[in-house]
Each structure stands twice: as structure tokens, then as C-alpha cells.
Design a protein around this ligand. Structure first.
Ligand SMILES: C[S@@+](CC[C@H](N)C(=O)[O-])C[C@H]1O[C@@H](n2cnc3c(N)ncnc32)[C@H](O)[C@@H]1O
Ligand code: SF4
Length: 463
């Protein structure tokens, strides 16, 4: 994606956009959907439908200023243990609806920082998972880890419990960037963790980097990328810094004038891309890279990559069961999110026997078609529209509005047509989210309501 973007395109396209980890996006979720709807959706899953599992931990050992996640420090081990018991309780409620013994190809522990859960709690959760589900032979069992705070024995424990992929947060190695972000993490800490993970048999190593952070320059991002490549991670996520201080108060501690401009952010991605591609990594979609022999690179090349609430994945399951405060789940019928506050989630599990759901969205047949198109665009950078409409329908009629909008993209050299297939050009690659947004009808409807005086939902910067 080492592409130069003109100031004219930046000013005309710019703006804030979703990252399209789902369609409809979270702004369409409402309290109209509750436990009764979801219980129906779960109970009607096909008997042989596999599922993916997600366990969310909203705790961290210390908080980073840049982080957009809803996390807190929970000092008391008893509190963290009690939270683990709630995760098991919630999972049992899901199992009562979907039935025991379903196949799992992907399990993910995210957060926050899941290793804040005590070792005996992680053991108990994994024992409960194995009692209620069965893993496929190629199942991916993954966890996010903060290299600054890895409890003694945690990596061997993860190896023993069957985990085969760890995502390590790094972000940037420069001392000034780290200090402003409130995340001091030495290169040695990271490399020691990666080494311990591999020694424990956890061979899948992912590293998260961010561009667009305060005081980052082309030199700092190049230096970070070059030193991280030496660790030979299998996959890298290179996120654009999402500055959303209206949602995440701690980001207000980051001086606005320390943030790179859109043009600087684009130049930073180009430098990181250059380093990673030269080191043999395959660029994937919006923000991922993988070694050529990695399953994600292979899935990308075969056009079999997927995107869900965890970002890019090789997991094809249309069902994701999310446990924990704020966790999001999906079924073919709809998406639903748990109560975000850990305290309120705790009360909901303790005081009721239903699922702790705060909101959700039903997916109409049109949502499902548009969701598939947006997923294909986000994964493959292009889509054959004739393949996406119901048989017998003419895609030119179904997508007349979108085709009109794409004329400007084409005139700007951002997309090209080949029959019914429209794809990003190389120059268009930084505009992936804008391309996907053309098919986001709900966003256009919301924007129309906003013009009538209603509040506009706000996303992070698109460039
Ligand atoms: C949910 S965090 C968990 C990682 C783990 N707790 C750690 O600190 O290493 C996963 C990743 O989200 C990304 N992230 C968090 N806040 C972000 C933001 N404001 N903009 C872009 N990426 C962000 C970071 O790259 C981080 O490593
Ligand atoms: S980056 Fe990780 S450790 Fe830092 S606040 Fe976010 S989740 Fe917690």
C-alpha cells in the first residue's frame, strides 16, 4: 500500500468512517433487541453449525492513554476470579440454548488483558469450554497479551491449555511516543515474551503496531517496523491510531498538536508497508500482514479470508458466541452486545437467569447481502456484484445508487471495473473503507436523519 495520496483526495474523501468489522455496524445496535430475541436466534441454529468463542476481560494491569478500549484496573485477585466465574456461568447459559458438543474452529481471549485472570481461573474456563464444545484439529486458540505484564508461568500455562496463537501489543518503540502514550515497554520485554511463547509451544506470534500516534515520525515508524521484523512474527496488525477523546476520556491527555496529520499518517503506513513487504510479508486488507506460509496469507490468496468483530480471521463460522462485559456475538439473524459496564454485567448474571444483553440488531435479508459485499470488499479489495445479488436480479438495478457514487471513485482513479467486478486500483488502496462505505445503506440513512437535526455517530479518522 505504498501509495502517495494527493492533498485534494485527502480533503475530498477524509472524514470519519467505521472499520467495518460488521454490517450493520455498532451504531445500528439498539435496545429493541434483548435476551428474548437472541434466545430464539440461538435456539434455532442448525444442529451441525460450528461456532466460534470469544471471552472478554475488561481488566488491565495499567492503563495506556492511547487505548480506545473500555478497560479498568482491578487490583483484587478475588474480583478477577469472580469475573472468571461469571464468564463460565454465561457460557453455560449459551450452551443451554445452542446445545452441547458443537465444533469450535476459533477461540479468542481478548480485552483488556486476559492474563489478569488468575491461572486457576483460566484453567477452569478452558476446562468448561472443553466439557461443552469440541475443537477441530486445526482450531486456532488465541489470546491477547501485554508484554509489560506477563505473570510468572503464564506462557507455559497457555501452551499447556492448548493456545497456539498470541497477539502481543507493541504499538511503537520510540521513547517519546511511548511516554506520551503512557506505555513504556522496552524492546527487550517484547522479545523476551515472544521467545517464552515459542519455548512454550505457542508458535503463532502476532504483533500489533500503530501509526498516527503522538510524535510518531517516518523515522520512528521505520525503526519500529525494522526491529519488530527481526522477531519474525507470523502476523502483524498495523492499526491507524483511533483518536476518539469524546468516547475515551484518557485520550484527552494526548496533546492534539502532537498527532500526525492525515498526510503524515498515510506516509507512515507507506513506510511500514515498505519495510514489511521487503521482509517478505503479504499485505492483507485494511491493516494486516502475514508471512507467505501463514494460514491467513494462504486464505487471503485463495479469496477465503473473513472479517468479524475480531478483525481479519481465517474462521468461516457465521456464529460467534461472545462472553463477558461488552462482548459482541453474531448469528445469521443478528448481532448482539452484552452490557458494557463490568459492574452492571456482574449484576445481570447474578440477579437474572437470562443472557446479559444490552442491545443488538436484527439483520434483514438486505443487511445480509450488503454485509457480505462489505466483508468481501474489506477482505479482497474488490467484489463481483453480479455474484452478490439474488439469482435473476440485475446488479445494475439493485445497486443503481452505488454505481452512481462509484463514478467519482473511478474518475479519481481509485476503482476499476472488469465486467461486474469492481476493485480498488493501487492508488485506491488507502480508500478501502470509503469503497466499503458506498454499500453501507444504513449509514446513508443515518446521515439523512442527522441532517434533520438528530445526533451524528462519530467514528475515528478514515485516513
Ligand atoms: C485490546 S488491545 C489488547 C492488547 C493488550 N492489552 C496489550 O496492551 O498489549 C489490542 C490492540 O488494540 C489496539 N488499539 C488499542 N487502542 C487503539 C487505538 N486508540 N487506536 C488504534 N488501535 C488501538 C492496540 O494495537 C492493541 O495492541
Ligand atoms: S493497550 Fe492493552 S494494556 Fe493498554 S489499556 Fe489497552 S488493553 Fe489495557
Amino acid at each position: 500500500m505504498a501509495v502517495k495520496v494527493s492533498p485534494d483526495l485527502i480533503s475530498r474523501y477524509g472524514g470519519n468512517l467505521p472499520r467495518y468489522t460488521s454490517y450493520p455496524t455498532a451504531v445500528s445496535f439498539s435496545t429493541d433487541i434483548g435476551p428474548a430475541d437472541v434466545e430464539g436466534w440461538l435456539a434455532q441454529l442448525e444442529a451441525d453449525q460450528s461456532v466460534s468463542l470469544y471471552f472478554h476481560t475488561p481488566f488491565c494491569d495499567e492503563l495506556c492513554r492511547f487505548c480506545a478500549c473500555n478497560t479498568a484496573v482491578m487490583r483484587h485477585e478475588d474480583g478477577r476470579k469472580a469475573y472468571g466465574d461469571l464468564l463460565i456461568d454465561e457460557m453455560q447459559r449459551m450452551v443451554a440454548l445452542v446445545g452441547k458438543g458443537r465444533l469450535v474452529r476459533h477461540l479468542h481471549f481478548g480485552g483488556g488483558t486476559p492474563t489478569t485472570l488468575p491461572a486457576e481461573t483460566l484453567r477452569a474456563i478452558m476446562a468448561a469450554v472443553r466439557e461443552n464444545f469440541r475443537f477441530s484439529d486445526d482450531a486456532e486458540l488465541a489470546m491477547e497479551l501485554d508484554p509489560r505484564h506477563v505473570p510468572e508461568g503464564a506462557l507455559p500455562l497457555l501452551g499447556e491449555l492448548g493456545f497456539n496463537r498470541i497477539s502481543f501489543g507493541v504499538q511503537d518503540l520510540d521513547p517519546k511516543v511511548q511516554e506520551t502514550c503512557g506505555r513504556i515497554q522496552s524492546y527487550e520485554q517484547t522479545i523476551a515474551c515472544v521467545k517464552q511463547a515459542r519455548e512454550a509451544g505457542v508458535n503463532g506470534v502476532n504483533i500489533d503496531l500503530i501509526y498516527g500516534l503522538p510524535y510518531q515520525t517516518l523515522e520512528t515508524v521505520r525503526d519500529t517496523a525494522e526491529r519488530i521484523v527481526e522477531m519474525q512474527p507470523d502476523r502483524l496488525a498495523v492499526f491507524g491510531y483511533a483518536h476518539v477523546p469524546w468516547k475515551q476520556k484518557r485520550q484527552q491527555l494526548i496533546p492534539q498538536d502532537s498527532l500526525p496529520s492525515s498526510a503524515e499518517r498515510l506516509a507512515q503506513t507507506a513506510v511500514i508497508d515498505e519495510v514489511l513487504v521487503a521482509a517478505g510479508y503479504q499485505p492483507i486488507g485494511l491493516d494486516h500482514y502475514a508471512r507467505a506460509d501463514d494460514a491467513m496469507a494462504k486464505a487471503y490468496k485463495a479469496g477465503e479470508l473473513h472479517r468479524n468483530f475480531q478483525g481479519y480471521t481465517v474462521d468461516p463460522s457465521p456464529v460467534l458466541l461472545g462472553m463477558g462485559a461488552s462482548a459482541i456475538s453474531m448469528t445469521p439473524e443478528g448481532f448482539f452486545q452484552n452490557i458494557p459496564s463490568a459492574a452492571a454485567y456482574t449484576r445481570a448474571i447474578k440477579e437474572t437467569s437470562s443472557l446479559p444483553i444490552a442491545r443488538g440488531v436484527f439483520r434483514t435479508m438486505e443487511d445480509r447481502m450488503r454485509g457480505r459485499i462489505i466483508e468481501v470488499i474489506m477482505c479482497n479489495l474488490g467484489v463481483d456484484l453480479a455474484e452478490q445479488v439474488p439469482e435473476g436480479d440485475d446488479f445494475r438495478k439493485v445497486f443503481a445508487v452505488e454505481l452512481e457514487a462509484l463514478k467519482q471513485f473511478e474518475a479519481d482513479g481509485l476503482v476499476q471495473w472488469q465486467g461486474a467486478k469492481v476493485s480498488l486500483t493501487e492508488a485506491g488502496e488507502p480508500f478501502l473503507r470509503h469503497f466499503a462505505a458506498v454499500f453501507d445503506k444504513r449509514r446513508q440513512e443515518l446521515a439523512a436523519t442527522a441532517e434533520e437535526g438528530k445526533a451524528t455517530p462519530r467514528f475515528s479518522s478514515s485516513l
